[in-house]
Design a protein around this ligand. Structure first.
Ligand SMILES: [Fe+2]
Ligand SMILES: [Fe+2]
Length: 192
């Protein structure tokens, strides 16, 4: 692993808007709580939470001009079709280039944090859920999900994907196929 946590924090503080940086710190803290409840590495959980939104303010154009990172199709198409999803799908390429982070579990977790997907690795579930339930998301649904997540993270994955699909439907937005896969996979964990 490349840079120290403090160096990563300082760099993200300069890269991200203040509110996004503070959200990242809260996701990292929540990821540690969920990781320890599920007996997985809290160090990896903190790291993944901290860096999950690194690409949020970026675009294919700024990545190329500012960091010489070339994003190729199909991810270029994702940027125009699913703007909210793009920063997650390109995150591994961005953090491996900018921060020399190459841990496969961490890269997987940040890649699927927005869409989720079927049959996620444990750390990937932790970041998917932590992003939704971090305490800055001050909504009833986030607080309810936090309680569920602490006792059954698979059920939280189902509820979060169901909520996302309903929200996107209401706004008449396109739903990424991976979000549908996530919903279908985790629906067996729904409250009976
Ligand atoms: Fe994100
Ligand atoms: Fe996030």
């Amino acid at each position: 692993m490349g840079l120290s946590i403090q160096t990563l924090k300082d760099t993200l503080d300069s890269l991200l808007p203040k509110s996004r940086f503070e959200h990242s710190l809260r996701v990292a803290d929540m990821a540690v709580v969920l990781a320890s409840l599920n007996n997985i590495s809290t160090e990896k959980a903190y790291l993944a939470g901290l860096i999950h939104d690194t690409a949020k303010p970026m675009s294919p154009q700024t990545l190329l001009s500012d960091y010489s990172v070339q994003i190729k199709d199909p991810l270029e198409t994702v940027f125009s079709e699913y703007k909210a999803v793009w920063h997650a799908l390109v995150a591994p390429q961005v953090v491996s280039t900018l921060f020399q982070i190459n841990d496969e579990a961490v890269l997987d977790a940040i890649q699927w944090h927005t869409t989720g997907k079927a049959d996620m690795a444990f750390l990937t579930k932790v970041i998917f859920v932590a992003d939704f339930v971090e305490p800055g998301r001050n909504t009833d649904i986030s607080r309810a999900m936090e309680i569920i997540a602490k006792s059954n993270i698979d059920r939280a994955c189902f509820e979060i994907s169901e909520f996302s699909i309903q929200k996107l439907n209401k706004k008449n937005n396109k739903i990424h196929p991976l979000t549908i896969d996530c919903y279908n996979h985790y629906r067996s964990f729904a409250k009976k």
